[in-house]
Design a protein around this ligand. Sequence first.
Ligand SMILES: [Zn+2]
Length: 286
Amino acid sequence: MHAGARRDESGVCGRHSRKQGGTAVAHRNKHSGRFRMLPVLISIPHGGNQVPEELRDRVCITREDLFDDSDAFTREIYDLGDDVARVVKADVARAFVDMNRAPDDRPPQNPDGVVKAATCFGRPIYIPGREPDENLTERLVERYHAPYHAQLVAAAQSDMKLALDCHSMLSHAPPISGDYGRARPLFCLSNLDGATAPDDLLQELAAAIAAAFEIPLSEIGLNDPFKGGYITRAHGTGTVPWIQVEMNRVLYLVDPWFRSDTLTVCPTRLAELRARFRRALHRLAV
Ligand SMILES: [Zn+2]
């Protein structure tokens, strides 16, 4: 949808990928030669921008609204390729199928559910009267949501020491949230108050990110403002610890890196953030 993402998809990120049920999955990688491969699983559920073929004649969402509703460029930032054991990432945009919602979390009870009635900013997604009905919603969940979670289950083997569900967040809480207008830290890490990963691992990751990004530890919120979404809650009950990572969009979706007319980000800045994220994970004793 936006040029920056397309460029990277056809480059390094896409080289190790194969398509499967609407998601791209990195192969289990061998030792890269330059870095030790980390026993880490990375999930990137909101970096996609594709419209499912089932919805092509129904959508009216604008390019800008689709961009705002997504975690734009998170695939470019978090996909560490050969450095980690496994990367699972969605191609379909969050506005159409949200991997971080329970499969039965649906409109009208929740307009921001697994399939949505509007974007998280209340912007229209579908041509009026062409919203997905129950049958189509079921098909979308089966075709896109279920395979994503099946891949997470398959990837989270016992030799995996850590799983990270990686997102971006707005710099301030939006109207939809209870703390509208509140400034957010540069990162938020969450383990559902100790339920999906040990607290000491959460703190170790916070220290590693603070060091790698050269930011104060106070700029990393722990379980505040987020405690973790459906992905960490659903998968973080087994032997593999799951932590949700939220990076503040002020780190790249602002001047001088972001161009709002083309919705692109300076590739050098994205590469720098990816390098710092890689450095943070290599600091962990996993
Ligand atoms: Zn997200």
